[in-house]
Design a protein around this ligand. Sequence first.
Ligand SMILES: [Zn+2]
Length: 370
Amino acid sequence: MLGTELIARFEQHFPLSLGEKGDPNGLHIGTLNKEVQRVMITLDVRPNVVAEAIEKEVDLIIAKHPPLFRPAERLTDADPQTNMYLDLIEHHIAVYAAHTNMDIVEDGLNDWFCEALGVHETTFLTQTHEFPYYILQTMVPTAYAQTVRSALAEAGAGTLGAYEKCSFSTVGLGRFEPTMDANPFIGSENQLEEVAEEKIEVLVDQASLSSVIAALLEHHPYETPSYQCFPTTVPTQTFGIGRIGNLSAPCSLKELADKIKEKFHVDHVRLISKEDNPMVQRVAICGGSGQKFYSDALRKGADVYITGDVYYHTGHDMLETGMSVIDAGHYIENYCKERLVTLLEGWKQANHWEVEIFASQEDTNPFVAY
Ligand SMILES: [Zn+2]
């Protein structure tokens, strides 16, 4: 299959528009305009991962962490770090990164953490994006209204909260006169036509807009469908990074820490807590380096905040808030590999892709517990 087709499906789930500003999500090395037979998922692109990719004849690496996050000044073999880029290019291995868009999107990494830890009723921790919804209106001959409504819903229109296939219709009369250049579905040249039509109105989110309009144009019977689309100021669609929710029953801080170690295969965590082992139930989590969002966790009533890379002095500030913190390390994000493989396997089955998808077996944690 083509790399472009695989990534088009991937970006439906992980839109690039959900990345943080300036974050280099997307294709980093090589081209997607080629056949891909083997796709490898990794947290990091490191020299050992590149060696594995070469050995396994991988065509495309999908990574959580953008390899060119800090731009390389030279591309030479003098430095193992930059030499791996030369190896990737030499072996025609493309590298694609989904970084903060994977943290922010619904059904993304922070949701997967919550699922694994049994954190329910979640909302985002810190808002990052706000998009308008769009109202799409189209006039359709009544006999074809159901077909068009279904096509719009299938393409993603009319989803609001926990409700799908939402639409509103009014019935009226449409009028038009085909000219000599027309090829009308109904009517004849130079004769004013009146048709019983239904005006369908649906709400569309920004990410679905182009596919919904494409579905409208494909399924509307008229040669030139009548439709209009305009943005709303209320409601809007919001997204955010991190999640906060509740455990179904309180547990001790150390029990939660043990669960993190077990679920995410880490051998130690660091705890920040005023009390020795307090009970916790309201849990905030932001994988990776989420220390800058700790005040949002506090404001939203978290008993404990799970993140990584907590800086010493920030640890002091956190301690004084009374909220507990579990610094589980950045490497818990390695958990994304198994979830991404499952997602991609699902798309492979649904779309009959002929491609092999697997997780890298390499350990890319720079730290070992000692
Ligand atoms: Zn990260």
